[in-house]
Design a binder for this molecule. Structure first.
Ligand code: PLZ
Length: 471
């Protein structure tokens, strides 16, 4: 887990309070010009980013346990991505693939066709955002099946466009006041929560019965697609119960429904395998990638059965920026970065290091009810230990304490009660240990106010010795 000669020191450093004065000033300016419809996790303005560090405009170095929401898995300044993008920028920035062609689009498609799960002939279509990939998967499934309806699941997140808002489960902030939404979207239960919280081994069977019942109520022959995340991301890093995804595969096959696996957050190496669905040995008919695929540039893909992908009339798929050449170049850099297997191994090392720190909290802190996830996609859930009533207040307090200490964590979960960890796969072992120690102390002190933050956590890994007075 080492980074080759990083230019940015790979240690946490607090030069000012977080946010610092320069960030605060820039945030005030932002408020004067930017729609307040955008929220922000921490109002810190970034100057540089590399490895596991975000350096802000006040000279603070934050530990990045977010990767810009699972995007910069290969690092925010990856040498392969930089070289590919720079070379492409020299040649041209854009032609529009629907107007004149370029080979990097084909190369990205070929790489995905060869590696996306499924032992069948595949084709790929490239777009820009995750939501666009989801929308296009539905277009393709409808066109191929001649059916309209779409089945999605509790706790699902698929995007912020009109159709994908309808597919997303959580109302606030994603859907509030934005309806009406496109019809034909039905929501079924998953086994996620029961399995993750209680280890209920019948969870998959029960949930699959619910899926089948819903389909029977509405007529399975009216459903074009069912769409599932192999680990539900925004919904709370819910790992599927054993047998749930393979059960969906069986139901989809039996009713001729296109199974769409949304790997946008969990895919592209995040979990220690290129695709999270590999853990379940399930192949979608269509598989969606985005986020880490473009290494920070906007790129998304629908990859799947050739007969489905080619069922759409020619000209039916596209978009001005779909598979933009600079974004395709970035993806080729991402593929190079994954080539030797180190990053996948890193994801598993990150999981081992994080579990070693976080799992003991299950016994030590009563509101910590679950530590879960796969590879570098891990979460801690806070709830009442008796009733499982979500404790969003604890998650918010833990996140705030981490942020104040210069560790960037994100909250997720349909009920906002989950802290998630999505470090870049290139984060160094010492830096990760430091970030986890801060998180651990924040969890302990949020639950037992007065315990305080363990003071040694930062000192050990800040060779500059320039810690803020707050320590
Ligand atoms: N499918 C599984 O996780 C994006 C959303 C951040 P876009 N998740 C981060 C936010 O608050 O907007 C996501 C996802 C899964 C689809 C999407 C949508 O991807 O690139 O944000 O459109």
């Amino acid at each position: 887990m080492t980074l080759e000669s990083p230019a940015l020191p790979q240690s946490r450093h607090l030069a000012t309070a977080i946010p610092g004065p320069r960030s605060t000033e820039l945030h005030r300016e932002r408020e004067a010009h930017v729609s307040s419809g955008f929220g922000v996790t921490i109002p810190v303005f970034v100057n540089r980013a590399e490895g596991g560090i975000l350096e802000d405009v006040d000279g603070n170095r934050l530990v990045d346990l977010a990767s810009g929401i699972a995007v910069t898995s290969v690092g925010a300044a990856n040498k392969h991505v930089q070289a590919q993008v720079a070379a492409q920028m020299e040649r041209f920035t854009h032609t529009c693939f629907m107007v004149t062609e370029y080979d990097s689009f084909t190369k990205v498609a070929a790489w995905l066709n060869a590696r996306v799960p499924g032992d069948f002939e595949k084709r790929t279509a490239l777009f820009s955002t995750g939501a666009e990939a989801v929308e296009n998967a539905i277009k393709i499934a409808r066109s191929a099946t001649g059916r309209e309806r779409v089945l999605v699941f509790d706790d699902a997140y698929h995007g912020r466009s009109l159709l994908t808002m309808a597919m997303t489960a959580k109302e606030n902030p994603y859907k509030l006041n934005f309806g009406p939404f496109p019809g034909g979207v039905f929501r079924a239960p998953t086994a996620g929560r029961l399995w993750n919280r209680r280890g209920d081994t019948d969870a998959a069977v029960t949930a699959l019965r619910g899926v089948e019942a819903l389909l029977q109520d509405h007529g399975p022959e009216t459903f074009a697609a069912m769409v599932i995340e192999p680990i539900q991301g925004e919904g709370g890093f819910l790992v599927p119960a054993p047998g749930f995804l393979s059960g969906l595969r069986e139901i989809a096959d039996r009713h001729g429904i296109v199974l769409v696996i949304d790997e946008i957050q969990a895919g592209m190496g995040r979990t220690g395998k290129l695709f999270a669905s590999e853990y379940e040995a399930v192949a979608g008919d269509l598989t969606l990638t985005a986020k880490a695929l473009g290494g920070g540039l906007p790129l998304s893909a629908v990859t799947g059965r050739a007969e489905l992908m080619n069922a759409v009339h020619t000209g039916g798929l596209g978009g001005t920026y779909a598979g933009n050449p600079v974004a395709c170049a970035a993806a080729l850099g991402v593929f190079e970065a994954f080539e030797d297997g180190t990053l996948l191994a890193n994801a598993l090392q990150i999981e081992a290091a994080a579990r070693a720190v976080l799992e003991p909290l299950l016994a030590e802190v009563d509101t910590v009810v679950d530590v879960r996830g796969r590879g570098a996609m891990l979460a801690v859930e806070f709830a009442d230990p008796e009733t499982f009533a979500p404790r969003a207040d604890v998650a918010a307090a833990v996140a705030a304490a981490c942020h104040a200490q210069g560790v960037l964590v994100l909250v997720c979960g349909t009920h906002g009660n989950v802290i998630r960890l999505l470090p870049p796969l290139v984060i160094g072992a010492d830096l990760l240990r430091d970030g986890l120690a801060v998180l651990r102390a924040a969890i302990v002190s949020a639950t037992n106010p007065g315990t305080g933050v363990e003071p040694h956590t930062a000192v050990a890994t800040d060779p500059d010795g320039a810690l803020a007075a707050a320590h």
